[in-house]
Ligand binder design. Structure first.
Ligand code: IPD
Length: 282
């Protein structure tokens, strides 16, 4: 197994193998989530607030992904939404969202996905280099894959972001946190932004949102509060389709803010978001 860190990245053959494995894992967890969805999904627990649910299937899907990784890549690290971080020894970490879009899963809204990313370096969006990833939409089976330097694909079709657009004609995706104080601040930002763009979409799965930017069914996406597992696989898909992935005020994308899309559109949106103080809850 190749040893890597933030400065020693895997070569093209290993990136291809990691991409293939990410896809196998995401599809396998997708089969589990698809076939095991009861008619009525119950909340098993809550996390950051009463409206931040965990279902039994979030836990089962992550357990399944971790078991496959233990079999195929036992020396890599794993960071997952439900079971935390287990460091590895290779410099690579698998970053897992066992169901991205859990509220949609709970209600049967057909926009939820398995997100499997691989990053080099610390599993922190401000420090990592995304290497490979797969986002598998559970309900319709759309599957997005990307490997660093190898392009981004949806079911074998090469993806490219939309041409740069003015904000006034841009379709903007976003999402909201689970805490009331953050939502209040996000609502204030949205009230300023909405009159200045074509329209807003809140689809409910950040991983799918980033893939939509990659395929051009959204122009740009921004969100405050994304976790590493919401971002990792979608980031590599978006980047490989030509997107810029950034934060505000010269920072990299982080939990404070991520803005993803064609460079010119991102520059205009990031400047407006900075003016609006969208990277704070004040
Ligand atoms: C959530 C979704 C949602 C985003 C939230 C995320 P989860 O992930 O990606 O679109 O707005 O910030 O937490 O909780 O369904 O895995």
């Amino acid at each position: 197994m190749t040893t890597t860190d933030a400065t020693t990245l895997p070569g093209a053959d290993e990136v291809r193998a990691l991409t293939d494995l990410a896809e196998r894992l995401a599809r396998s967890a997708g089969d589990l989530v698809r076939s095991g969805r009861p008619d009525r999904v119950e909340v098993a627990a809550t996390k950051s607030s009463a409206v931040d649910p965990v279902t039994a299937m979030d836990l089962a899907s992550e357990t399944h992904l971790r078991a496959l990784l233990a079999e195929h890549r036992p020396d890599d690290g794993v960071l997952g939404e439900e079971h935390g971080w287990e460091p590895g020894t290779t410099g690579l970490t698998w970053v897992l969202d066992p169901i991205d879009g859990t509220v949609n899963y709970l209600y049967g809204v057909p926009a939820y996905a398995i997100s499997v990313g691989v990053v080099a370096g610390e599993p922190d969006p401000e420090r990592w280099t995304v290497v490979a990833g797969c986002v598998h939409a559970v309900v319709d089976g759309r599957t997005y894959t990307a490997g660093r330097g190898l392009g981004a694909y949806r079911d074998g079709v090469r993806l490219a972001v939309n041409p740069e657009r003015e904000l006034a004609t841009s379709l903007v995706g976003t999402g909201f946190g689970y805490r009331a104080d953050r939502r209040r601040a996000q609502g204030r930002v949205l009230a300023e932004l909405l009159p200045q763009v074509r329209d807003i979409r809140r689809i409910g799965s950040a991983a799918l949102d980033l893939c939509r930017v990659a395929e051009g069914t959204l122009d740009v996406h921004y969100e405050r509060g994304l976790n590493p597992w919401d971002l990792a696989a979608g980031e590599v898909v978006a980047r490989e389709a030509g997107a810029v992935v950034t934060g505000l005020r010269g920072r990299r994308a982080s939990a404070d803010m991520s803005v993803v899309g064609p460079a010119g559109t991102v520059a205009a949106l990031a400047a407006l978001l900075a003016d609006l103080g969208a990277d704070s809850d004040g």
